[in-house]
Design a binder for this molecule. Structure first.
Ligand code: CA
Length: 250
């Protein structure tokens, strides 16, 4: 049994080879597509548990792949590989159905950690989810922190539940606003920021240096339930030389 099947859609041969070798070495089964058409066909086959998707691709670009995959009802997680400084591209990709993005050049450890989080999520959503010392019970609508009840407003709970159902996903402010606030007239993206701030104060170990609800500059937020106290980000990075090798290829 592999750790999961990843479809890598990437037209740069050196990057594709480096990344697929590194992912296979870490226990994943990897299928490689070197152009958009091949990527789309493989994505629609439904074989993959996760798609790593480059945006600029020959024949069919990454956005069209996202759109087509979602239009066909395939709900596989999609992680976009994007260039630095392309916030508008990221937002468009998220609107078309991608779940998250990672900016090139990235560290292999970070990519593997994200991939594992998506593959775990795929194994089923639960009524009770945990992160750090907190526990959310979606049916009872309660949150415990270190075993003690946390007093959340209805909006804070709705926002946290929304985040918890989408671990590891980059969520734009507009998407959050539509989903959690709906069509209320008197809300703006700033309402989200204020609600996030009060929520962080109640659940984050250090609200000014948040661990779980991360800010994505110019985009929105990402909830990372697997994050923990300082140092966690490096635990996948035991192979520093390999990570450097991959980064050089990007
Ligand atoms: Ca490309």
């Amino acid at each position: 049994m592999s750790d999961g099947r990843i479809l890598l859609v990437e037209d740069e041969a050196a990057l594709s080879r480096g990344l697929s070798d590194a992912l296979r070495a870490r226990g994943f089964e990897v299928e490689v597509a070197s152009d958009g058409q091949q990527g789309l066909d493989s994505a629609l086959s439904g074989r993959a548990d996760l798609i790593l998707l480059d945006v600029m691709l020959p024949k069919v670009n990454g956005y069209e792949i996202c759109r087509a995959v979602r239009a066909r009802g395939v709900d596989v997680p999609i992680l976009m590989l994007t260039a630095r400084g392309q916030e508008q591209d990221v937002i468009l990709g998220l609107e078309l159905g991608a779940d998250d993005y990672i900016t090139k050049p990235f560290r292999l450890g970070e990519l593997v950690a994200r991939a594992r989080a998506f593959l775990r999520r795929r194994q089923g959503e639960r009524a009770v989810s945990r992160f750090g010392e907190c526990e959310i019970d979606l049916r009872a609508r309660t949150v415990l922190r270190g075993g003690r009840a946390v007093d959340l407003t209805a909006k804070e709970f709705a926002l946290l539940a929304y985040f918890a159902a989408r671990p590891g996903c980059a969520l734009s402010r507009d998407t959050i606003l539509d989903a959690v606030w709906g069509s209320s007239v008197f809300v703006t993206p700033r309402s989200i920021d204020r609600c996030v701030a009060t929520l962080r104060a109640k659940i984050e170990p250090d609200p000014h240096n948040p661990t779980y609800i991360q800010t994505l500059r110019d985009i929105g937020y990402r909830f990372d339930p697997d994050a923990s106290a300082p140092g966690h980000k490096d635990h996948e990075d035991e192979s520093a030389t390999k990570a450097t090798k991959v980064t050089k290829l990007l």
